[in-house]
Design a binder for this molecule. Sequence first.
Ligand code: ARG
Length: 268
Amino acid sequence: MFKKKGMFKLGMLLTASSLMLAACGTSESDTKVSTSGDAGEGEKITKIVAGTEATFAPFEYMNDKGEVVGLDVDILNAMTEELGIEYEIRNVGWEPVFQQVQNGELDFGASGITITEERKETFDFTEPYHEATQVLVVKEDSSVTSAEDVKGKKVSVQINSTGHVAAKDLLGETNPDIMAYENLPIAIQEVINGTAEAAIGDNAVVFEYLKNNPDAKLKVIEDDAFAKEYYAFMVKKGNKEVLDILNEGLQKIKDSGKLAEITGQELE
Ligand code: ARG
């Protein structure tokens, strides 16, 4: 939940805190300032809380100090610096990002999340900050040369990712050849093990994996059959307050050239 600074009337403060106490059954002082919509005019958000799944280098991963680092973190650092607010990023896991943004435990998702029509039914997205696409990753000696070639073969993906959707499009919605795992590195490991013929995942992340695992004997297959995708930050549908502030921050770092510097990509 985000925090705000502003002129609370005592009554409002009491109402807000008793509501929070009722809702959460906790008297923890850190999270009770406000939730979406219960703050008055002129109050400013001072802190926002993001959720991520940090096995997704170069966008988010854990360094050896146990901190979440990566391009998404660099982007958030630059945005919040421009905005003069604080943020926190929690490594909660992939599916929990969606659940916790929806139930208000998190203000937003920052996890290399692709804008999709299906997700838009439940969430709102900021302007995009990165372009991506799906690729196949197979063993160096695999006979697979295109997306079509994986039909009839076992394919591993990160569950409920756009790679998972791509696999369903190729093989059929309920095809048991599709094996879905908690994160992309596990899905790729199944190719190394020989359990799956191919994994499908986001291009930059797959290339980074190969770079970091030069002995894995894998190769990447790109195919125009995979559509372009755009990453954005994701809020609960209707959470205009957080959406606006994120878009403001993004716009600032687009204008200053900082975003392109971080991602190495020009997005118009
Ligand atoms: N871009 C893909 C999607 O939105 C995969 C994102 C996975 N992100 C992660 N941090 N594991 O479905």
